[in-house]
Design a protein around this ligand. Structure first.
Ligand SMILES: C[S@@+](CC[C@H](N)C(=O)[O-])C[C@H]1O[C@@H](n2cnc3c(N)ncnc32)[C@H](O)[C@@H]1O
Length: 320
């Protein structure tokens, strides 16, 4: 146990050292394609773009809505926070979390410029660890993270923390680097490769399994691009999303049925229910709630046979 803690501490210090330099001097080995749209970054100083070390664009894939609370894990120079700040508008709240002082001070400098351009103030940067996030439980609508989780040695702890701070029905949208097979120990102990988002990468299967065992459901994955090959291992960028659901205290069967609309012959959900296309399947109130909301909304017709005239519940503006 003590060895794990020591290793974690050493690795964290190495990563901090790496990113304290990267905050002021561009590290070309870290630059993956991110493809930000010009109109999304027009309110952001160019200095931020120069120290943008993400590997995807979770902020543009998170369907962020007006007024939402967004947390960006490993916010670095702040690029995704600044984009989210524009999307949520003045009623939203953006919290960037990072452990590296130099990154936080760069982000803080740019925040003043960005908020002046936007005409409102809704961004806060907090110093903290992904494994112990300084944010209240059940308080966040959406968590984004761009090329950071691979840098943590305690990935299961990061997912537990994400789950803790998300509200019920909250979502995570994460871009990260994955490897095509498990990275061997001799590569894992290479400081430089770890800092460059290579040797801390998990396989996609392991990363997704960690998210699932933490309790996230409705997980979907997009393969963004193959980034590079190192020592015969292929590293790719993926963006995946998942949802938190807190089971109701009074989950009961009260005559609700779900009819899967297709196009597959049948589908199964995270709780093991199987839905053949077109056939009513009896479901409990918790499952009915899940199926009428993202990511399932629109795929099912929910019929409540306990109501006169078999009420059909489709996802309305409140739940989507
Ligand atoms: C590859 S950079 C990505 C920065 C930013 N997301 C972007 O797209 O430009 C990784 C960032 O995560 C931070 N970081 C790495 N591990 C962390 C941890 N365990 N807790 C908090 N921050 C961490 C680093 O300080 C660095 O700023």
């Amino acid at each position: 146990m003590q060895t794990i803690e020591k290793n974690t501490e050493v690795k964290r210090e190495d990563v901090k050292e790496f990113y304290s330099k990267a905050a002021s001097t561009l590290q070309p080995s870290l630059c993956c394609p991110t493809n930000y749209q010009a109109e999304d970054v027009s309110h952001i100083p160019v200095d931020v773009l120069k120290i943008s070390y993400g590997c995807g664009s979770p902020v543009s894939k998170a369907s962020i809505k007006e007024g939402e609370t967004v947390v960006d894990l490993g916010s670095g120079g702040g690029i995704d926070c600044f984009i989210a700040a524009k999307t949520t508008g003045k009623n939203g709240k953006i919290i960037g979390i990072d452990m590296t002082d130099e990154m936080l001070s760069q982000a803080e400098k740019s925040r003043i410029y960005v908020e002046k351009n936007l005409g409102y103030s809704n961004i806060e940067f907090r110093k903290g660890l992904l494994e112990d996030i300084p944010v209240d439980s059940n308080s966040v609508d959406v968590i984004i993270s761009n090329c950071v989780i691979n840098l943590s040695i305690l990935k299961h702890k990061v997912f537990e923390e994400i789950y803790r701070i998300l509200k019920n029905h909250g979502r995570l949208v994460i871009s990260d680097i994955v490897s095509d097979s498990e990275v061997p120990e001799e590569m894992r102990s290479d400081k430089k490769l770890w800092g460059e988002c290579i040797s801390g990468a998990e396989t996609q299967k392991n990363l997704i399994e960690t998210a699932k065992t933490t309790g996230f459901y409705g997980i979907s994955i997009g393969h963004d691009y193959t980034w590079k090959e190192v020592n015969g291992f292929k590293f790719s960028s993926i963006t995946f999303r998942g949802w938190k659901f807190t089971k109701g205290k009074e989950c009961v069967y009260k005559g609700q049925h779900a009819i899967y609309k297709g196009p597959f012959l049948n589908v199964s959900d995270d709780d093991g229910h199987i839905y053949p296309v077109g056939e009513p399947v009896e479901i409990c109130t918790d499952t009915a709630t899940k199926l009428t909301r993202p990511p399932y909304a629109g795929s099912f017709i929910i019929i409540d046979t306990s109501k006169n005239g078999d009420e059909i519940i489709e996802c309305g503006p409140k739940c989507c």
